[in-house]
Ligand binder design. Structure first.
Ligand SMILES: [Zn+2]
Length: 334
């Protein structure tokens, strides 16, 4: 963490060109979740929401230094040619509705292809990812306050799952395994998730996804329910993956051969990649600038941070170069 801090403070000393040369990494995979100039209660407490201004700056910076690569090109490239020129492959996770309303129009305007990785359980707002529910509850408590008895009830519910409740942000400690408690807390603070979904439509609808496909965008799978893969059995990892792929193929009648891991591909074994290989041509992790011993698995760079795209990339290149010195720049799978 200390080294990371020094690196992020020293990016101005380096030129991107020389970092690219030194690292040998010319093909990069930046990714985002959403872009918005509006207030979004269901995302506000999860990660920084970048503005359209910042997004345009990121894209202009990427276009100036790399040329965009489409999913078809990535799929059809010979692996040895992939790293020959400076390219970027852009993708977005979770299938949030801003993709249709805000992101796609900007990408069309700039002529940038993209892949949208969708969670099939959430399309059409059939359900809300538990993290979104958490953000909604935190926002409600902060904005409207709670009575002493409501606070006691929440503390009691959280104590059962081993969480001490002091601040609204403590709700972020609720995990995938204990997410059912969110329904009970919602009842305490009078939040109706179904009503919220209906009113705000956080996720893309079928019609919107069809329209994005017609505009030339690519869709990929991001699992059904967005679990941590390292917490579930390999059998469940395979079914979450293959079920989400077949759902999208059937519903939208398009080829779906890309998959992005929900959260992270940390500790996912070689045998998993073998089991999905008939359906998944390429997969994507979130470990930033890193190589992977599974040649069809690419690591993407999370771009939703406070510093600019230039600073993020320089920081990641510097880290990559340092890790390479001690042979830690590659994810080794067994
Ligand atoms: Zn995700």
């Amino acid at each position: 963490m200390f080294i990371k801090k020094i690196i992020s403070k020293s990016t101005a000393l380096f030129k991107l060109d020389s970092l690219i040369e030194k690292s040998g990494v010319k093909l990069i995979f930046p990714f985002y979740h959403t872009i918005s100039d509006d207030y979004i209660a269901h995302l506000k407490h999860l990660y920084p929401i970048l503005s359209t201004k910042r997004f345009r700056e990121d894209l202009d910076f990427l276009l100036k230094n790399y040329s965009p690569m489409s999913s078809a090109e990535l799929l059809n490239s010979n692996p040895v040619d992939l790293n020959r020129n400076r390219r970027f492959f852009l993708s977005f996770d979770d299938g949030l509705s801003e993709i249709y309303h805000t992101i796609a129009p900007i990408l069309m305007e700039k002529g940038i292809p993209a892949t949208f990785f969708l969670n099939t359980d959430f399309i059409d707002n059939k359900d809300l990812f538990y993290r979104l529910k958490t953000s909604i509850l935190i926002e409600k408590i902060i904005e409207e306050g709670i009575s002493d008895s409501q606070k006691r009830a929440i503390s009691h519910l959280l104590k059962i799952i081993g969480i001490n409740y002091n601040l609204p942000k403590d709700l972020l400690k609720i995990d995938y395994q204990t997410k059912e408690v969110l329904e009970e807390i919602a009842a305490v603070v009078n939040v109706d998730f179904k009503e919220y979904s209906k009113e705000k439509s956080p996720y893309l609808t079928t019609t919107e996804i069809k329209s994005l496909i017609n505009q030339g965008f690519n869709i990929g799978a991001h699992s059904c329910s967005h679990p941590f893969y390292f917490l579930i059995s390999e059998e469940d990892q395979v079914s979450e993956t293959l079920n989400s792929i077949s759902f999208l193929k059937e519903k939208f009648n398009v080829a779906v051969n890309m998959f992005a891991f929900p959260y992270t591909d940390f500790e996912v074994k070689k045998s998993f990649f073998e089991k999905i290989s008939s359906e998944v041509a390429l997969s994507f992790g979130t470990a930033s600038l890193k190589l992977d011993t599974v040649s069809t698995n690419f690591q993407r760079i999370p771009m939703e941070r406070k510093n600019s795209a230039e600073e993020i990339l320089k920081e990641e290149y510097l880290l990559f170069i340092l890790k390479k010195l001690v042979n830690k720049h590659q994810i080794i799978r067994h």
